[in-house]
Ligand binder design. Structure first.
Ligand SMILES: C[S@@+](CC[C@H](N)C(=O)[O-])C[C@H]1O[C@@H](n2cnc3c(N)ncnc32)[C@H](O)[C@@H]1O
Length: 169
């Protein structure tokens, strides 16, 4: 299953559980619309934005360090017809960007290959009340957060392919 299909499945699951539109935060945005990049990166921004556009009351906050990627991602969403009032971009360090948000329902964390940084992102998403947190690249980004989530007793943890999926109990 592709990252896009998995993301859609996770969003559908949380939408059914909460019964309202989802505030989604992603860290690390789409960098290219070239088809081979979908396999390696996932095109999360596009898949999430499409889901948001078909689920009223939902919104995507995308957080990305590199200005060029923010510009590219905004252009891609525009070209794909995603209404501009359904998403915004925060250009900067992901931990700072997550901290700016009032509330998160669903977080997709996919920035640097750094386990401590992945844990820091997870902890803020948890603090912002995220009910489901998905981390890509478990071995390089997710392992410390996974251990923390398991140890806390507050999360059910599922490891699937390269991702780790954490559902709040
Ligand atoms: C693997 S790519 C994201 C791929 C994207 N999620 C997708 O599915 O297409 C990682 C992105 O994280 C960004 N990044 C790396 N470190 C970051 C940080 N500390 N804060 C915010 N963004 C960061 C990189 O610039 C890059 O665009």
């Amino acid at each position: 299953m592709s990252v896009g299909q998995e993301l859609t499945e996770h969003l559908d699951e949380l939408y059914a559980r909460l019964g309202h539109g989802l505030i989604v935060a992603e860290t690390g945005c789409i960098r290219s619309i070239d088809p081979p990049v979908e396999d390696s990166d996932g095109w999360s921004t596009l898949h999430i934005a499409r889901w948001v556009a078909s689920h009223p009351g939902s919104f995507l906050h995308s957080i990305e360090l590199h200005p060029d990627n923010v510009i590219k991602a905004g252009r891609i969403l525009g070209e794909k017809g995603i209404p501009a009032d359904l998403f915004d971009f925060y250009q900067g360090e992901s931990v700072d960007g997550l901290q700016q948000l009032d509330r998160i329902d669903f977080a997709y964390l996919d920035t640097s290959d750094d386990l401590a940084h992945g844990l820091a992102e997870f902890e803020i998403a948890e603090e912002k009340n995220a009910q489901m947190i998905v981390m890509d690249d478990r071995e390089t980004k997710g392992l410390a957060a996974l251990a923390y989530a398991k140890q806390s007793g507050r999360w059910d943890v599922e490891e699937r392919a390269r991702q780790v999926i954490m559902r709040r109990r």
